[in-house]
Design a protein around this ligand. Sequence first.
Ligand code: UDX
Length: 435
Amino acid sequence: MKIAIIGAGYVGLTTGACLAELGNEVICSDIDQRKINLLNVGEIPIYEPGLKELVRLNVKEKRLFFTTKIAPAIQKSEIVFNTVGTPLTPQGDNDLSAVYSVVDVFKKNLNNYKIFVNKSTVPIGISQKIKKTILSHVKNRKLFDVVNNPEFLREGTAIKDFMKPDRIIVGVDNKRSEAIMKRLYVPLVRASQPLIFTDLKSAEMIKYVSNAFLALKISFINEIANFCDKVNGDIKEIARGIGMDHRIGSRFLHAGIGWGGSCLPKDVETLINLGKKYNFTFKIIKAAHEVNEQQKYRVIDKLKKEFLNLRNKIIAVWGLSFKPKTDDIRESPAIAIIKQLQKLGATIQAFDPAAMLNAKSALKNNPIVYAGTSYEALNKADALLILTEWDEFRSVDFNKMKTLMRGRLIIDGRNIYNPQEIKRLGFTYYGIGYK
Ligand code: UDX
């Protein structure tokens, strides 16, 4: 099928490359000429494992094209995916200006029947509003349909999440668009990965409620971990034990310094704010948000147990991205922790395998030392904080670390080490609900 992707960001690029891989002809467009120039020479402006190879292969096979000319891309396509960003404004609302600019180009380029597929995360009811906006311009109900197809991609595993989804949710309001979307997605559908058609509003809600529940689950296990710190409990044993219950499930029960990224924080805040608009309080989701706001500072509480004063202490930080396998530092707990440590007078020496460049711009007013390797960050350090669980931090040479560090304190914000082994090696170890 002929497809246009409007917005070559993290979701649009992954969606376009995967749909091309499935045999569709995909034109991926973006207003950012620099980004499109990079893509046209096979460079990928985001860090996503496997994406560069997938893009290059499909460009070579002439199934995937890049352009800044959005109107012709729409004219040549039957299905138009809107994958532009919907960031939060300082007031906590979703900025939908980019979405409406795509709608504007779409409604003016309906040279034949097309489907507008909204894949951007939009507040409840926006798909219906988009439909009204287009209809008021074209006057012909038969010339288009609007569909809502939320994405459930995780950074670092986006291709796998697209190609092997737990489920595909498609919000439709008539059989014609349903039949076309079924044709598009049938190559992905296997028995255990259903394609679910629902109404537009439910599709919008499913996205928010999914992310809110994931955030809830993480804050839940973090709260239990905080209690474990009081009673000397072992959060990993508890998570293992409860996770065996299929009604609970073992995933997203890793205690640590909390959730970040561009989605969970934004979607949780949007849902809470949506509730306010209807004079409704999401008590449980608000509580999850509050737990998460505080969770990142647990590592500082533990540091203060060892150092009454952090002034002039050298603190090594391993991990700046909000999670492994991404260079994304949006709402990363590590960035907030670094800023707080600097306020307390500490000197920071940091290393991250992928996120250093992004961290430099996020911390441009809070300069820190960026080490070339994880071991370099340990030079004369009084303590080491593990803030992102990159695989390369898991099997390190602890004896070499002892020759580099001035102190013997490790605070493991993601519980990646074995406390007994670390203590046997002569370190003082703190985990999150894990000793
Ligand atoms: C999330 C949703 O998983 C995805 O379905 C949605 O489409 C986009 O938002 P992402 O933000 O990429 O994906 O990351 P995710 O893997 O969900 O992790 C989110 C945050 O939770 C990260 O900061 C991660 O460190 C944290 N996390 C995750 C935990 O602290 N504990 C866990 O057990 C899992």
